[in-house]
Design a protein around this ligand. Sequence first.
Ligand SMILES: Cc1cc2ncn([C@H]3O[C@H](COP(=O)(O)O)[C@@H](O)[C@H]3O)c2cc1C
Ligand SMILES: O=C(O)c1cccnc1
Length: 337
Amino acid sequence: MTAIFKTLTDVRNVMVALPGAHADAITGAEARNGQLTKPPGALGRLEDLAIWYAGWRGTDRPVITSPQIIVFAGNHGVAARGVSAFPPEVTEQMVLNFQHGGAAINQLAKTFGAKMDVHALSLDTPTEDFTQGPAMSEHALCAALQTGWDAVDVDADLLVTGEMGIGNTTSAAALGHALFGGDASDWTGAGTGVAGAALDAKTKVVADGVALHSAAGDGLALLGALGGRELAAMAGAILRARTLRIPVILDGFICTAAAACLEKAHPGALDHTVAGHQSDEQAHARMLQALGKAPLLQLGLRLGEASGGALAIGVLQGAVACHSGMATFAEAGVSDA
Ligand SMILES: Cc1cc2ncn([C@H]3O[C@H](COP(=O)(O)O)[C@@H](O)[C@H]3O)c2cc1C
Ligand SMILES: O=C(O)c1cccnc1
């Protein structure tokens, strides 16, 4: 299925018709898991992961051959408020770095055999400062969702979405606060290294933005009011992956905030996703908890770019390789209990 997003109604129409996992494949994978040459449960969470992956791929013995990583980049009007330790031009400079293979995510994509695509979204036109009005119009939001939707390789069998956008931890914090409540300080963190009075000012920007837009509407409306083009594109890609039954590994705080908008708009929209890691950005743990997602890794990363999600590809590859490649007790002639 493909879709053209002209208005948010078009997006909502897709969200009410999302496919689920294949029940037969789950049943088959559970049965196979019970016959593999290991004590029951000895592969811990890898067993659940493999069964989850099998369900979405529709086979009890899946393989992962074509992981895709997509990094979306966008610029933020709110960056003019001094909310980042780095200037906005770094967004475009890092896009060039991605294209030349020099960023952390390039090395991780290569390490885990993933195809990596980079999409820069209107970098010369930052979103509006969300303390003054909505970050994006409905038209701009839909265009960014569409970019993400179109970026997914229909032949991929695993997707990781990531981002680059100076100022986007402020957007993600505002979304967390608007979607899940609490105080602005619960959701606002260091990002690239903001501390002290600058962190207090960043927290106030988050509080002001959420106060202005708290009545914007559902998760999609809040994504438009407080998000950024790269966040909307990640949401669009995650949604497309769901329609294609491509499992998704979420990256850090910003990716999770974008994904959370989908879950809030339509509970269950993230059932085809796992949390790749828990970022060091202080509010990521809270956001994962609110979504009921237990991270696969916790390595103290606070980078974004899809880096934590990329590392988790290796964990999922390991889980699926064991599940699909191991001998059963009967095949190996090993006595079971
Ligand atoms: C050189 C560099 C590379 C990055 N790669 C990811 N980010 C990360 O930092 C930014 C978010 O932090 P804040 O909200 O504080 O601006 C995002 O671009 C994110 O992907 C980077 C940041 C920098 C400076
Ligand atoms: O968790 C993240 O994705 C993150 C944290 C800090 C800075 N950039 C990204």
